[in-house]
Unconditional design. Structure first.
Length: 648
């Protein structure tokens, strides 16, 4: 009905005014998408005020113009061709199809990010397509997405119907020039004028010194780095990252000697003690934000926030625990290289980067050389997220996915085998392995669409968000795994390491900061009590491999970008990549390196919301040098394929 009513009010106007009208409509639609993006994710932007949001909207126009010029380049070219036949019915209908398809895709990506942002805390970039190519079962996930978030589809349909109707209100008519040759000649200058204006729009300004805007330019309109996602739009972010290399060499330090003195990822054992031939079990829990673990948040008063992990809480009392531990990425494919190979997810996950063929040393490959049997367990369909391919490159001798599990009846229909039966399978398989062994298991059930097995429905507390009951289910599965494992002969001789792949939204404001968006649990457990206590220093996923190897007295050099958490003299830091900036934690402070320049410093303890930028008021030369040295070592070694000893 809306489309019919709009079409009844169709008017003719000069063709160039019609083009301007249609581009203006698109800008209005993008602004509307930005408003919806904010309204659906207000908790992620606690410092946005009405006045600052107006600034964000103003800055967003610059990004919208750039994206719309890219998306509508073909449309504008065919619209502006100086031939009179372009006013025929078939030509105008063809133009409308081009307009609707291209801009429909742009609007769709903006709307999808309303939901997807909650999981990756940034606008979607071109790497999304690489991630999708690695993941099995995408069709089921897409169908489930539209089922759970049906309102996004309804919004999209409404906007497309509205856009179609508004498009047709004005019909273009040519200048009153009957001679086709004169019309052609008069149209050529218009094309060059529009081309010039388009270049200015794409670049974000008209000055000669103006560089084409990139994602970082959003920082000029915000108070905190996470707010940059409000300024940006998804089509712009995808187009600006398409085909870009993730690891560009850096030259903060021109002297190799100085660089190595400040920071080196080469680990050299300082002990001649005999190697420990103990088993190692690494457990990676899907989406276990630290906020869900009551044992690490005992100050909460609301029972909905206290804990969804009673078993993990009990294990914390018997473990070496790191309450200030952080993930090195925001996605599952970020976590696997970080945990198993001490390779952080900076700029782009190693698994999907152009450097994914680099030789690496992982804990599985290194310990296999010491006579360990190694295996990776993930109950998802084989090929999911490329885990089976990566673990093979990383040196895991066996991979156990859905195919190896073999019981289709335990498949949850979306992600993989339910955690409870798969953890039991994991325990039984280790009972068949020759000691010493290294195994890694990655859980699947604590994930969207937030379901639990039928027999447990209604038995777990719902909490504040649907994920809470899934966290409780996985915790129960972990408890039953340990109940089974304690009866097995290898249990007493095994070091257990438990962490999460990444954090997710928890609906607890304390965790809605760019720092705590990476907060995860990390604990080391041994049945004999040799790992016990609380270490309040900084820790991160890439510290896991060097810590395990240090404990086992691994005798050879290797490369790892993390540090040994058992060494009191080892520097403690955390490095992430967020919104085109390297986020670096050292002591009580967090530093942001953007476009190779230090752009912000905050005291994360006294100023947890990161509202007061201390840049220029404090001097942290040592920390800045360390951050730059880490980035240079990582980027250059990644770009030059120097991630193993012998390629230094």
């Amino acid at each position: 009905m809306l489309k019919l009513r709009l079409n009844k009010t169709r008017h003719e106007a000069n063709e160039y005014l019609v083009l301007l009208y249609r581009i203006t409509i698109l800008m209005g639609f993008y602004s509307l998408c930005r408003i919806l993006f904010y309204l659906f994710n207000t908790a992620s932007f606690p410092q946005v005020t009405f006045q600052s949001f107006l600034t964000i909207m103003r800055g967003g126009l610059m990004f919208d113009i750039s994206a719309l010029i890219y998306l509508n380049a073909v449309y504008m070219l065919f619209f502006l061709l100086p031939f009179r036949f372009k006013f025929t019915g078939w030509y105008q209908k063809s133009l409308k199809w081009i307009f609707m398809i291209g801009n429909g895709a742009g609007i769709a990506f903006n709307l999808i990010d309303i939901i997807y942002y909650r999981y990756i805390l940034k606008r979607t970039t071109a790497s999304m397509f690489d991630v999708a190519a690695f993941d099995a079962g995408n069709t089921n996930l897409i169908v489930r997405f539209f089922y759970d978030f049906w309102y996004i589809l309804l919004i999209f349909i409404f906007l497309m119907v509205l856009l179609s109707g508004l498009y047709s209100i004005l019909k273009p008519k040519p200048f009153r020039i009957k001679n086709p040759y004169v019309y052609f000649i008069s149209g050529i200058p218009i094309i060059f004028i529009v081309l010039g204006l388009s270049v200015i729009g794409v670049r974000g300004g008209w000055r000669h010194s103006t560089r084409p805007i990139n994602m970082n330019n959003a920082g000029a309109f915000v108070n905190t780095s996470e707010e940059m996602s409000l300024v940006q739009n998804t089509p712009f972010c995808i187009m600006r990252t398409w085909g870009k290399k993730a690891f560009e060499t850096k030259s903060f330090f021109t002297s190799d000697e100085e660089l190595e003195r400040i920071y080196s990822p080469v680990h050299t054992p300082d002990s001649v003690a005999p190697t420990r031939k103990e088993n190692v079990v690494i457990i990676i829990l899907e989406s276990f934000n630290r906020a869900f673990v009551g044992g690490l948040n005992q100050h909460y008063e609301d029972p909905r926030d206290r804990s969804y992990t009673p078993f993990l809480d009990s294990l914390i009392n018997e473990s070496l625990v790191f309450p200030n531990a952080f993930a090195n990425g925001r996605k599952s494919i970020d976590a696997i290289p970080s945990v198993t190979a001490s390779i952080p997810a900076l700029v782009l996950p190693y698994i999907i980067s152009e450097r994914s063929g680099n030789a690496i040393n992982s804990i599985a490959g290194l310990l296999a050389g010491q006579g360990y049997q190694t295996a990776f367990f993930h109950g998802a369909p084989n090929g999911s997220m490329g885990f089976d391919a990566f673990t093979k490159i990383a040196g895991y001798q066996k991979y156990f996915g859905l195919n190896e599990y073999g019981k289709e009846g335990d498949f949850d229909g979306i992600w993989g085998v339910w955690d409870e039966p798969y953890f039991q399978f994991f325990a039984r398989e280790m009972n068949t392995m020759q000691e010493p062994f290294l195994t890694t298991v990655f859980s699947v059930s604590s994930h969207h669409p937030y379901e639990v097995p039928e027999k447990y429905k209604g038995k777990f507390p719902e909490g504040r968000i649907p994920l809470n009951k899934c966290i409780r289910y996985t915790d129960l599965s972990l408890q039953k795994f340990f109940d089974t494992a304690r009866k097995m002969p290898w249990f007493e001789n095994t070091l257990f390491v438990i962490t999460a792949d990444h954090a997710v939204d928890s609906d607890i404001l304390e965790y809605y900061t760019s720092v705590n968006h990476f907060a995860v649990p990390l604990l080391f457990y041994k049945a004999d009590g040799s790992f016990k206590g609380i270490d309040n220093g900084l820790a991160q996923q890439i510290d896991i491999m060097p810590t395990i190897l240090s404990y086992l007295n691994y005798p050879f050099q290797y490369i790892a970008f993390g540090n040994d958490l058992l060494d009191k003299n080892s520097p403690r830091f955390v490095i992430n990549y967020i919104q085109d900036s390297y986020q670096f934690l050292s002591g009580d402070y967090v530093f942001y390196l953007t476009d190779d320049k230090l752009t912000a410093i905050y005291n994360r303890k006294e100023d947890p919301k990161l509202a007061k930028n201390l840049l220029g008021t404090v001097d942290f030369q040592q920390e800045q040098q360390l951050q730059k040295a880490i980035v240079q070592q990582f980027n250059n070694r990644m770009a030059e394929n120097r991630l193993v000893i012998g390629k230094n």
